[in-house]
Write a protein that binds this ligand. Structure first.
Ligand code: SAM
Ligand code: SF4
Length: 356
């Protein structure tokens, strides 16, 4: 129902001060907002984008800075969001990123604190901006690096820029944006031999590696359920080179299962995100805002499940009206992504336009 303003009859009413939570009918409450700041990117990772890129969204359809900041304020101050992750596309391509981060840091959550601010980035150009971003209020970063091998990185991202990605990780560690996390998507026959190298690279730097199971969100030819590298495959590969033991703390809504890893000299934590083989939808506390102003209650929402806030925002609606439509979009959130259901359909929007 993109753009519809019909609210479900069973949607819980707002409190007298207009505040609501982003609850759904399965008892989950969204506290973590993923905001896509652009659908554009300067890399072309094979599992995410075709070589020629995609049809970028026209500027008039995307939210400008004021619109973005207003929706962040509604999310944090009226809807119970406590953590924001900026993503894309490549969020560093948004020139006003520091301004948006500073505005978000000035908000106050329902607990009276500034929201936690994180970013997922490919790191291109981060080394130059890391201090400005930290000063603006950025708390943490995840930097994507699927291999440390320069030739393989160039093939995987179709750009010869592994040095920039490594410089970004080093700069983020030096700036104290800790814990610095490194995201690695593992694909069969492509970088599954890089698992140990990536773990060693992160242990040496004190960065936390996050292995991510590849999901059906990029070019359809790039993902086959029967051939994908699962979390168990990743753990088996790690166990050949490292001692592993589960981290002994409650996981809560975190997508990664955490493992203590040591090579006898260095120790650290590695996370494995088993979105496909062991979905964690029952504990999901996330909601997503696309760069063109649509709410996606799930990464895998179908086009028909998206709710656009943009027209309401541009029609002079009040914060409470916008908050009510956002709450309605979350109220209808499905119980899970259904990747293993026989009728599963890959979302029309690519990952870069949803916000990973
Ligand atoms: N451009 C930034 C980056 O690469 O970090 C942010 C956007 S990217 C879509 C966010 C994360 O999604 C990255 O860590 C990327 O590796 C991951 N990703 C992209 N396509 C994916 C897929 N098909 N399956 C699993 N993860 C994917
Ligand atoms: Fe760009 Fe990130 Fe997609 Fe790679 S994964 S093409 S860096 S948006």
């Amino acid at each position: 129902m993109p753009g519809s303003s019909a609210l479900p009859a069973d949607l819980p009413a707002a409190a007298a001060d207009g505040t609501r939570t982003l609850a759904d009918t399965y008892g989950r409450v969204a506290r973590d907002l993923r905001v896509s700041l652009t659908d554009r990117c300067n890399l072309r990772c094979t599992y995410c984008m075709p070589a020629e890129g995609l049809d970028w969204l026209p500027t008039e359809q995307t939210l400008d800075d004021d619109e973005t900041i207003r929706l962040l304020a509604i999310a944090v101050e009226k809807l119970g969001i406590r953590q924001i992750r900026f993503t894309g596309g490549e969020p560093l391509l948004r020139k006003s990123l520091e301004k948006i981060i500073a505005a978000a840091k000035g908000l106050r959550t329902d607990e009276g604190r500034a929201p936690q601010l994180a970013m997922t980035t490919n790191g291109m150009g981060l080394a130059r901006r890391v201090h400005a971003l930290k000063d603006a209020g950025l708390d943490r970063v995840n930097i994507s690096l699927d291999t440390v091998d320069p030739e393989l990185y160039a093939r995987l991202t179709r750009r010869d820029r592994v040095t920039d990605a490594i410089a970004a990780i080093d700069a983020a560690v030096a700036a104290g944006l800790s814990p610095v996390k490194v995201n690695a998507v593992i694909m069969p026959g492509i970088n599954d031999h890089s698992i140990g190298d990536l773990a060693r690279f992160c242990l040496e730097r004190g960065a936390q590696l996050r292995f991510i199971e590849q999901m059906p969100l990029g070019p359809p030819s790039q993902w086959k359920r029967a051939e994908m590298i699962t979390a168990q495959d990743i753990l088996d590969a790690l166990a050949e080179e490292f001692e592993l033991s589960p981290v002994d703390k409650p996981r809560g809504s975190a997508p990664a299962a955490l493992w203590n890893v040591t090579d006898g000299t260095r120790s650290g934590e590695v996370g494995v995100i088993a979105s496909v083989s062991h979905p964690f939808c029952g504990d999901c506390d996330r909601t997503r805002l696309t760069t063109d102003g649509a709410i996606r209650s799930c990464l895998f929402s179908a086009a028909g499940d998206e709710v656009s806030l943009r027209e309401l925002l541009r029609s002079g609606a009040s914060d409470d009206e916008i908050g009510a439509l956002w709450a309605a979009a979350m109220w209808r959130k499905k119980p899970g992504h259904g990747i293993d259901d026989p009728g599963f359909l890959q979302p029309d929007r690519p990952m870069s336009a949803i916000g990973g």
